[in-house]
Design a protein around this ligand. Structure first.
Ligand SMILES: N[C@@H](CCC[C@H](N)C(=O)O)C(=O)O
Length: 288
């Protein structure tokens, strides 16, 4: 089974090209693959296939909105094997992978996700480095909620960008105090987020930029989360009383740019393809 490994601002993925949709991605297999000691190690898995093939194979019940049968589809799984609707860093890496690998010749096309079709613009894509903008679509505010770290309560804004987020802008945070937070398992209100939630902690906007860390549903702390940067930018703008603007979001793994206008977001950032290889059949089959 062929694989590639890539990352977007160090949010890393095992990429599985699977045009015929033959690979069975049960949660235990995904979890083993993503395990950094037993497997290859990653925050998530990106299966690469056409949307129609995934519908035919029964992986998708129907074509998601804004996705045609011959569009690419990013079948995304979190490191614990759970399925998530959307992954902003993953879409950039996916678009880079299909372009750099010669599977796609256009520089503007749609990558389907369970949160709908996401138009991408590939600015550059060599064998290693890419730069991609993703039209992330509508940013929906869900209202206020809170997160808790070591008994301290952080107020945040619930935001849906296809998947759920709680973005906590704290005026007392600096880059240094943010770096010192214990993000091993922040508390949240399960009544507000019954499907779980990705939680961002960030500084307010200064000189057009914020510093952010994230705890991802189904993964734990990661070094970046693309949908999280969009939620963070929206919450930071709202904190300043604005509803549009461009925000540079610094995360432990790098930086991306988020533009929010008319309630929609565009995410621009890098992608890196690190390696390609073969997963041993014996190991994979032994996971049964
Ligand atoms: N890292 C991703 C988000 C992946 C999904 C998330 N953990 C969830 O369960 O919603 C990103 O870059 O957006």
């Amino acid at each position: 089974m062929d694989f590639s490994k890539g990352h977007g601002t160090e949010n890393d993925f095992v990429i599985l090209p699977d045009p015929e949709v033959r690979i069975s991605l049960e949660p235990k297999r995904v979890a083993a693959l993503c395990d950094r000691r037993r497997g290859l190690g990653a925050d998530g898995v990106l299966r690469v296939a056409r949307a129609g093939a995934l519908v035919d194979a029964g992986v998708l019940p129907a074509l998601p909105e804004g996705t045609a049968a011959d569009d690419w589809f990013m079948d995304y799984r979190n490191a614990d094997g759970s399925i998530a609707e959307m992954c902003g860093n993953g879409v950039r890496v996916f678009a880079h992978f299909v372009t750099a690998g010669g599977l796609e010749s256009r520089d503007a096309f749609v990558v389907g996700s369970r949160a709908g079709g996401k138009p991408v613009q590939v600015h550059s894509a060599d064998a290693t480095h890419g730069e991609v903008t993703v039209d992330m679509g509508v940013v929906r505010e869900l209202g206020e909620s809170t997160a808790t770290i070591e008994g301290r309560v952080y107020r945040g804004l619930g935001i849906d960008v296809g998947n759920p987020h709680l973005a906590c802008v704290d005026p007392h945070l600096t880059a240094a105090t943010l770096a010192a937070l214990d993000l091993s398992g922040p508390g949240f209100d399960p009544g507000f987020f019954p499907q779980g939630v990705n939680i961002e902690f960030l500084t307010p906007i200064a000189a057009g930029a914020v510093d952010m860390r994230v705890y991802e549903r189904g993964v734990g702390e990661t070094r970046s989360c693309g949908t999280g940067t969009v939620a963070a930018a929206a919450a930071a703008l709202r904190f300043d009383g604005a509803d549009s603007g461009t925000v540079r979001v610094h995360v432990p793994g790098g930086a991306v740019q988020v533009r929010i206008e008319d309630g929609r977001a565009a995410l621009r950032g890098p992608s890196v393809l690190v390696a390609s290889g073969t997963i041993g059949d014996h190991w994979w089959d032994g996971l049964d």
